[in-house]
Design a protein around this ligand. Structure first.
Ligand SMILES: O=C(O)CCC(=O)C(=O)O
Length: 288
C-alpha cells in the first residue's frame, strides 16, 4: 500500500520521544463524515458490546462501545480507507499496522464524566512497544475534556493496577467492560496508578484542544485520562482505535482482559505469539 498521509520525520521523532502527538487537520472531509455517521450509527443502534455509564449521582452519560466497526459500516469504511492505520504504522516506524481493538467514548452534553488516569495495557491481551492509539473526535473537544497524557510514560516500563487511581474508576466499574474485567477481583500484584491530578506539578502532562479532523496519536502504554465538566454545551464523541506493529505480542494475562479482535473473531492464537504471524486474526489496516 502506498503512503498517502503527509507526516514529517520531526513529527515521528516527537511521537517516539514523547509517546504522543496531535496531528492537526489530518483527516479528509470524507473521513470526518464517516466518523460522524459511524458514532451515530453505534449510538442509535447499540450492540452487545455497548454500555452506558454515569457518575455516582446518576448524572452524565458515557456511551462506550467496543468493536463498533464490526457493526457500523461507516466506521468500518473509515478504517478501510487506510489512513488511520497508516498513521499508526508510520508513527511506530513499523512496516504494518494490525487492528487490536476499536472503541467509542460518546459523552452526552451537560455533565461530562471524567475518564480516570489509566494505561490501556493492563486491560489488553497484547504487550510491547509497538502499540498505537489513534483518538479522533466528532466534536470540538477543549483540552479540559480531551485526553491528558503523561509525556514519556511509555518508557517507564511499568504496568499499573487499573483498579485504583485515586478511586476514580466508578464509571468504569459500572460498565460492562468493568464487570468483565472484574476490577475488584484482580490478582496481579501491580503498583497503584499515581494520583496524578493531586500531584500534577510532579508530572509532565500534555493536553490539547482537539477539533474534528485532528488525530491524537499515543503509545498504548501511556498514562492518560480525560477531565469532566458540569455543564458542557455539546457532546464529546470520540472514536479510538488501537493498532499493533508485527512485533507486538499477544499474551493471555492472568487476569481478565478485553478480548482482542482475534478473540472476537474466534481465532486461537498461542500466548506469546507475535501478531505479525497472525494477519488473519489481527487484520492488517496498512502495510508499507
Ligand atoms: O475518550 C476518552 O474519554 C477515553 C479514551 C481512552 O481512554 C483511550 O482512547 O484509550
Amino acid at each position: 500500500m502506498s503512503s498517502r498521509v503527509e507526516l514529517t520525520e520531526a513529527q515521528i521523532d516527537q511521537y517516539q520521544r514523547d509517546g504522543a502527538i496531535l496531528l492537526k487537520g489530518i483527516l479528509t472531509p470524507e473521513e470526518r463524515q464517516l466518523l460522524e455517521q459511524g458514532v451515530e450509527e453505534s449510538y442509535t443502534n447499540p450492540g452487545k458490546r455497548a454500555t452506558r455509564a454515569s457518575d455516582q449521582s446518576g448524572e452524565g452519560e458515557t456511551f462506550l462501545e467496543t468493536f463498533p466497526a464490526l457493526r457500523s459500516p461507516s466506521l468500518q469504511q473509515l478504517l478501510d480507507v487506510g489512513r488511520i492505520p497508516e498513521i499508526a504504522a508510520r508513527m511506530m516506524r513499523a512496516p504494518s499496522a494490525q487492528l487490536i481493538l476499536d472503541q467509542i467514548f460518546y459523552k452526552q452534553k451537560g455533565r461530562i464524566i471524567p475518564t480516570p488516569w489509566h494505561q490501556d495495557t493492563p486491560y489488553l491481551k497484547v504487550r510491547g512497544d509497538d502499540m498505537v492509539r489513534v483518538w479522533v473526535t466528532a466534536d470540538y473537544s477543549p483540552k479540559e475534556l480531551t485526553l491528558k497524557i503523561v509525556r514519556g510514560s511509555h518508557r517507564w516500563n511499568v504496568i499499573y493496577d487499573p483498579r485504583l487511581g485515586g478511586g476514580q474508576n466508578e464509571a468504569l466499574k459500572k460498565s460492562n467492560e468493568g464487570k468483565m474485567l472484574s476490577l475488584s477481583n484482580r490478582t496481579a500484584d501491580a503498583p497503584v496508578v499515581p494520583d496524578i491530578d493531586r500531584y500534577a506539578d510532579s508530572f509532565d502532562i500534555l493536553s490539547w484542544d482537539v477539533e474534528p479532523g485532528d488525530a491524537l496519536v499515543f503509545n498504548g502504554n501511556m498514562l492518560h485520562s480525560a477531565g469532566g465538566a458540569d455543564n458542557h454545551p455539546t457532546r464529546r464523541r470520540a472514536y479510538t482505535s488501537m493498532w499493533g506493529g508485527p512485533q507486538l505480542q499477544y499474551v493471555i494475562p492472568p487476569d481478565n482482559a478485553i478480548p482482542t479482535l482475534a478473540d472476537v473473531n474466534g481465532f486461537k492464537v498461542p500466548s506469546g505469539s507475535m501478531i505479525g504471524d497472525y494477519p488473519q486474526a489481527f487484520p492488517i489496516g496498512w502495510q508499507a
